[in-house]
Design a protein around this ligand. Structure first.
Ligand SMILES: [Zn+2]
Length: 416
């Protein structure tokens, strides 16, 4: 379809003001937000968003997982909609932009098209996915996961928070359980604008990240068993030190990730030794390994190499070892056509850009399993996110939303 002209832009001040207005709902304690999913604050944010969508002439649909879909009609009644969006929920100490930029950037796309009287062939739908963050109800990306068939709705609704409250009950309590069946909507394409949540774009001085892949992940939990013993009176050659085994495996995780560059990462994030006493050689160590890569072969190879090395380390030290997989998803390759639309948009608009891999999970990773999908990223200061101090500039937000606008208009087609 014909590409839009380079002077087609969103309204940066309006986008920024809208972001700041949403940030007033569920303020945090340090300048950010606490608008966790299915709280009263979440409901208030949804009402605010729904009001803006109605004013922009959109028709709102809500499914039974609380996912919100604001639709701007197209001129072709048979054309499937182009979807945009992200999430309005935040971490308990979250920022003002993680997720929110993608939803309100989508709204700004519609407002800008309204301003200019541009009609598209395909309808455009702005989405707010329920419970992307997964803090209150694990796992993350819960409702887009149900939409994409990763989880059943019953299972999702039975998730409980730390107080034992059910997801399904809380969704009903805040009044956002819709009547639409989850996953029934068909998409022509899906675009998600999101802050990077990492330091690469800022360090490389690029305005736009063209997200080509999402990292796949393996989470492994390792348990080493040795023998608790006195640190002073046990000779070195008679120790069975689970802490030492953990240290060697931690070192191996780092080296294995380094051996699988580019773009592979690995770390031991959670580590516990027992009995965790100053003068006791640890008789047990339990720790988690997080390996990620956008390349499935590398991801698999990292896990296999680690399992072999860890077994050898344990054998050398006389330790018992078990390695249990506790989390996994395959790498995501975003749709070539959608990725190209984003790269072309950045180019046409004169924004500096680079291809990047998303290090975090996003709703787009699930939707990509069903429909052509891609993501646009904009930088965030110091790569900081999931933190109340999360910050972006008005210019970065505008550049990201401009690229979103162009990619959407090109994909939805301007009506003749
Ligand atoms: Zn997010």
């Amino acid at each position: 379809m014909a590409a839009p002209g380079e002077n087609l832009r969103i309204n940066p001040d309006r986008l920024w003001d809208t972001l700041m207005d949403m940030a007033k709902v569920g303020p945090g304690v340090a300048g950010g937000n606490n608008r966790q999913t299915l709280t009263d604050e979440d409901s208030e944010g949804r009402h605010l968003f729904a009001g803006w969508c109605a004013k922009a002439g959109c028709k709102m649909g809500v499914d039974s997982m609380g996912n919100m879909f604001a639709r701007r009609e197209g001129t072709d009644p048979d054309a499937l909609p182009v979807y945009v969006g992200s999430h309005l929920d935040t971490q308990p100490t979250g920022g003002k932009y993680d997720g929110i930029l993608g939803v309100l950037g989508g709204l700004e796309v519609i407002r800008s098209l309204n301003d200019l009287g541009i009609k598209t062939k395909h309808p455009i739908v702005v989405t707010n996915w329920t419970n992307e963050e997964g803090t209150r109800f694990a796992p993350a990306m819960l409702a887009s996961g149900v939409f994409a068939g990763m989880h059943t709705e019953d299972w999702a609704k039975d998730r409980v928070d730390a107080d034992g409250k059910r997801f399904g009950d809380e969704l009903r309590r805040i009044g956002w359980e819709g009547d639409e069946k989850v996953g029934e909507r068909k998409m022509h394409a899906f675009f998600e604008l999101h802050i990077e949540q990492g330091p690469i774009l800022e360090a490389e001085n690029k305005q736009i990240g063209v997200v080509t892949h999402g990292q796949g992940l393996w989470w492994l939990e390792v348990t080493l068993t040795g023998k608790d013993a006195h640190t002073g009176s046990t000779p070195m050659n008679m120790r069975v030190n689970a802490g030492l085994g953990m240290a060697r495996i931690t070192e191996a995780v780092h080296r294995i990730a380094m051996d699988h560059q580019p773009a592979a990462v690995g770390a031991v994030g959670q580590a516990n030794v027992y009995p965790n006493s100053r003068n006791v050689i640890p008789g047990k160590a339990v720790f988690t390994i997080d390996f990620r890569s956008p390349d499935l072969a590398k991801l698999t190879s990292m896990r296999e190499k680690l399992e072999a090395e860890a077994a050898q380390i344990a054998a050398d030290l006389g330790l018992g070892i078990t390695i249990e997989p506790v989390g996994h998803f395959d790498p995501v390759t975003f749709d070539e056509g959608c990725v190209t639309a984003i790269r072309d948009a950045a180019e046409r608009l004169g924004y500096s850009h680079m291809d990047i891999v998303s290090g975090a999970g996003h709703d787009a990773c699930w939707i990509n399993r069903m429909y052509p999908t891609a993501m646009v990223m904009c930088p965030c200061v110091d790569g900081l996110s999931h933190n109340e101090a999360e910050e972006i500039s008005k210019e970065w937000a505008a550049a990201g939303a401009d690229v979103l606008l162009h990619a959407v208009v090109e994909t939805a087609g301007v009506a003749e």
